[in-house]
Design a binder for this molecule. Structure first.
Ligand SMILES: Cc1cn([C@H]2C[C@H](O)[C@@H](COP(=O)(O)OP(=O)(O)OP(=O)(O)O)O2)c(=O)[nH]c1=O
Length: 192
């Protein structure tokens, strides 16, 4: 692969993260890291998302020591319980019922690695859901949207109907706190 002088790699298979990075017109390459994600409930959400983001960046960075490698991870947290992706309809139903009519937090951890330099940080956004009827939850699950998303919803598509309000960066919810990431890249002398 021909590498530019300052080359960026997104170590993520998330189509949302790719789209968010494309929005800001920096050239980059996607190299998916197949890290086995386990939710360690003994860690705080902040530490957990940064640790998973680092594992994803590490899985790729060793092979590309001259590149800036970005790993990221998103989870939903409510009352000390952390929600990843649902494994089946029942889990999606349980998560959405838990989030209904109440406020939760979405954490996205990001880790940028350039050779031995590691910079991990996170964004946190508070999201409030409308009270959802059983029928509304079931209808939403039928869209298929919940299954590759933390907390069983995607704010950017049909899941937008569930959301009453948010406080914080919208892009943190979608999977990458874009403006924060750009600022951290600049601190690492990446010119953008
Ligand atoms: C809450 C929420 C999550 N999500 C997504 C963002 C993430 O892609 C996903 C959480 O899973 P992650 O494990 O963070 O990421 P991923 O498996 O999609 O990709 P990779 O590990 O290769 O980087 O949930 C939305 O798209 N919208 C939302 O509103």
């Amino acid at each position: 692969m021909a590498l530019l002088k300052q080359h960026l790699i997104l170590a993520s298979g998330s189509p949302r993260r790719k789209e968010l990075l494309e929005n800001i017109n920096i050239p980059f390459t996607v190299i998916v890291s197949d890290v086995e994600e386990t939710l360690d409930n003994t860690l705080s959400p902040e530490k957990l998302v940064m640790s998973l983001a680092k594992q994803k960046a590490d899985a790729v960075a060793d092979r590309f020591p001259d590149s800036f490698v970005i790993g990221a991870d998103t989870i939903v947290a409510k009352n000390g319980q952390m929600l990843g992706k649902p494994h089946n309809e029942q889990e999606a139903y349980d998560m959405l019922s838990m989030l209904s009519g109440d406020t939760h937090e979405v954490f996205t951890g990001v880790c940028i690695r350039k050779n031995d330099v590691v910079n991990c940080f996170y964004g946190k956004t508070t999201v409030t859901f409308w009270a959802l009827s059983e029928q509304e939850i079931k209808q939403y699950i039928q869209t298929g949207e919940p299954f590759d998303k933390a907390g069983s919803y995607g704010i950017q598509k049909a899941g937008s109907v569930l959301v009453k309000e948010i406080a914080g960066d919208y892009f943190t919810v979608v999977g990458l706190p874009v403006s924060l990431t750009v600022r951290e890249l600049r601190k690492m002398n990446f010119s953008i």
